[in-house]
Design a protein around this ligand. Structure first.
Ligand code: G1P
Length: 289
């Protein structure tokens, strides 16, 4: 079985669903409680043993590089001021993973973004993580997928059931049950109408692929929205070799949209050890006024 150490974070998108917040800052840097979405993503990847990180970025995304870089001045200031907890956290972020950056120069779609990282993947299996999908569970989502990969050696995709009126927002899969909570994916359609949707099972931004996917992506033609779609490449892959689906456990938030972002902040804020109690009190006070 091929090793699973590499993971791609497509992060070149313009974040139009969250304007004007994302006009001058990357959507991946939107903060849930006390850390940016992209850090949740990297921590999830590390928990699954994937410590070789490839960020596909574009214009206006430099804050992501700075976030995972050493800030010598900040570290020295925190140390000097005796703020040891903050110092440890800031220096941990800069050293937690090996990160390389690849530029997607044109907005040609998610499939194209993944293909931009081809050089770094070579002949290994790899993960893909969409950071605006925040999934919280004691067993992180990418680990749930990695367990299936390690058992089968096949590609595997994270799924959730969505209401009928939401299918047009997602890649939707056709599947057969395989037992033990595993699905065998037979087809996928990117953002179908409700009439064309093969099910209500949606792809939610967590993937593990065999290297064959990269080869397929090279020949994929523009699909939904005129973009090169990862979903279209997956549909071809599923005809050639097994592609599994796992219904992910956990609380899932579409944090790339203001509504999901606010719910994530409210719920994770209330659950937060340090800030939860004060937030609960403040909400009680304001909501009862
Ligand atoms: C992308 C994928 C889609 C998937 C979704 C999950 O779409 O193309 O298949 O269901 O992410 O968030 P996007 O939301 O980038 O348009």
């Amino acid at each position: 079985m091929r090793p699973l150490r590499k993971i791609i974070f497509p992060a070149a998108g313009m974040g139009t669903r969250f304007l004007p917040a994302t006009k001058a800052s990357p959507k991946e840097m939107l903060t849930i409680v006390d850390k940016p979405l992209i850090q949740y993503g990297v921590e999830e990847a590390l928990a699954a043993g994937m410590d070789n990180i490839i960020m596909v970025t574009g214009r206006g995304k430099r804050a992501i590089e700075d976030h995972f870089d050493i800030s010598a001045e900040l570290e020295a200031n925190l140390k000097r001021a005796g703020k040891s907890k903050l110092y440890k956290e800031v220096s941990r972020i800069a050293r937690m993973a090996e990160v390389v950056y690849v530029r997607q120069k044109q907005a040609k779609g998610l499939g194209h973004a993944v293909l931009c990282a081809e050089h770094w993947i070579a002949d290994e299996a790899f993960g893909v993580h969409l950071a605006d999908e925040l999934i919280v569970h004691e067993k992180p989502a990418m680990q749930q997928l990695a367990e299936v990969y390690h058992k089968t050696g096949h590609s595997v995709v994270g799924l959730i059931q969505v209401p009928a009126d939401q299918v047009y927002k997602y890649g939707i899969v056709a599947y057969e049950a395989e037992g033990h909570g595993l699905l065998r994916l037979t087809d996928m359609v990117e953002k179908p109408s409700i009439e064309d949707a093969p099910s209500h099972m949606a792809i939610v931004g967590r993937y593990i692929f065999t290297p064959r996917l990269m080869e397929i992506l090279k020949d994929v033609q523009p699909g939904s929205g005129g973009e090169i779609q990862l979903t279209d490449a997956m549909a071809i892959l599923a005809k050639e070799e097994p592609v599994h689906g796992v219904v992910l456990e956990g609380q899932r938030f579409d944090a790339g949209h203001p509504e999901g972002f606010l719910v994530a902040n409210a719920l994770l804020g209330l659950q937060h050890e340090a800030y939860g109690p004060a937030l609960r009190e403040a909400l009680k006070t304001y909501l009862c006024e």
